[in-house]
Design a binder for this molecule. Sequence first.
Ligand code: GLY
Length: 355
Amino acid sequence: MKHQELIFTNDVTSNIDALIEKYNPSKVFVLVDENTNKMVLPQLVAQSMAVANASVITIKVGDINKNIESLMHIWSSLVEGGATRKSMLINLGGGVVTDIGGFAGASFKRGIRFVNIPTTLLSAVDAAVGGKTGINFNGYKNEIGAFCEAEVVIISTRYFSTLSSEELLSGYAEMLKHGLISNAEIYNRLLARDVANIDADSLLQLLQESVMVKKRIVEEDPTEKGIRRALNLGHTAGHAFESLALQRKSPIPHGYAVAWGLVVELVLSHMQLQFPSNELTRLATYIYDNYGAFNVTCDDYPALIEFMRHDKKNDSANEINFTMLKQVGDIHIDCVASEEDIKTALDIYRDFMHI
Ligand code: GLY
């Protein structure tokens, strides 16, 4: 896989214009959702002739629309708009847009060039970078997809000014994860910040440092055969919380689920690898203070464990796999935890969360 170019900038339009000049596509398409169509696209159209002349493809907002119908709409719009293999698709939006747009780009005529411009912190720090593309299918998240990296990802914090603090915190949880799997210096810098009151330039700096953690891991293991699993820290328990919340018909933001999942998985890391208890307490306190708690009782444990068992990160149906840490930055992938250990970890999570 080729190496993905990342551009960190607060001047998105001149970078798009430069890319269009460099690749000289036969046609430019911009994929947006209903929100970015209203809130972000007009700014780019006003500043860039190339974007103003592009064909716009709009999909509905939300993960529920990251589906085969939206994908067919994108493919059809590309056909109707006369796209060729030399066309370029610009995905302007959050994780849904970059995931489905990336898959459309990977599959249309066996692949056309695409560029991601993430408009949320969560997509900038995670979804838009690293080449995981796809859609949900048959009730399973990201069931159909391909590894295919965007030609370029243009990352700017200028769109984040309209994000709610909940959306910022959601993205920040993935940054905390990158801190935990990198080194104490990066991690401490993140814990020292109050994300609700951070200025755009400082955020861009922290974001750049964080995205580079992911980029380095993806370059080493683009198709997740090994070390890329480090990026799953917090996600086995986190996805279980997300699924339980969905079952309760009260969905939680992905990053919040990851934040609470990090606490559970660092408890497991403490139990199995002696991850330092002072670090565990520091993280759990930061998470509780900023994210609050996701409420679970012992009665939820069987369902949570079932969700963890069905996580696609498990290689075998009987084992529940986790990425764990011995220290900040000391990653152990493919760790297995027993049901008893998971229940104990959930008990300790509830203590930390004052439940
Ligand atoms: N979101 C984790 C990864 O891209 O591998």
